[in-house]
Ligand binder design. Sequence first.
Ligand SMILES: [Mn+2]
Length: 368
Amino acid sequence: MAIGERMTAQHWDVSKSEGKLEQLAEVLKGAGKHPMLILCHNNPDPDSIGCAAGFNFLLKRKFGIRSVLGYGGAITRAENKAMVHRLRIHIRRFQRLQPAAYYGIALMDGQPGTGNTLLSTDVPPLIVIDHHPLRKLSLKSQFCDVRKGYGATSTIVTEYLVAARLTPSRLVAAALLYGIKTDTASLVRGAQEVDFLAFNYLSGIANPRMLGWIEKPKLSEAYFFDYHRGLSRTTIYRDVAVSFLGKIHAESIVPELADQLLRIDGVTWSFCMGAVGDFMVLSMRSSSRKYRAGNVIRQLVGRHGFGGGHRELAGGYVPLNGMGDAEITDLANKFSERLLHLIGKEGCHGRPLVEQEGGNCCPRGHEE
Ligand SMILES: [Mn+2]
């Protein structure tokens, strides 16, 4: 027996999950040869993708049910793309799937009515498994397992596997492990003892080199082009760093630059904007005690689009409806002014973070 398995058997109380598996068997009784649709939330993060891969493994091995994995929005971060590619997770755009062709939908790491899934709120999904605060709508599903204390939904699914006495494959173990690792910021954010147990258990199975490849993936030249332009267009207003990146090649650069700008000594707010396709992507980071980034971005976006998030981390989308470059720049300027107004920094003098450069070339492979 592997070290992980021995430790798990001793310390992990999986009785609740044993009960849940019985309930699951009941709900899936009529599936026969029909496949299930396992749906991640929009723009899925590694926890959502990881728990979907784990649940797929459980359904196949424990219940003999095939599944198709789906997601809304996009998978853009290089790490998340590497996760899907390296761990051979077959996941498809929800819009390309026919929900009626499946026995039911299992919604992972999200709940109906949160605005973060493509499901209508009229028909509840068959199954909901999540670790965010419980939504009333979720209780309408035939199977609902929402455990708010857990640091990741991947931990819940790992517990199911242990309760079912199934050892995940190395790839599935890596997917679950990476999900737990990112959602708990390496077990320091909202992790409970059970997350440590799952992490330890999976570490004994997954290939550690695989995780290294996922966490430090190769990046395109376009990424560095956008990054450079983002830095060269950053303005510092006292403790606020704002950057409008203009037209970008992939939206993931926006939150990544926002993360990075918050690390500037003396900065407590970062706000980045970039235009991709017919949308403006917004990302905000804050370490302020006075304002919640989620509320600020919601007020800032107003009726222009969608904005929301947590105290320290928030994001948004604004449809551009065919606006020209000048109009987009005006909108970005309006948003930065509004941000300064909303957090009481109006009239602060702005200075560039780095020396401005005029170069207007394109990264290799993106010549116009
Ligand atoms: Mn999660």
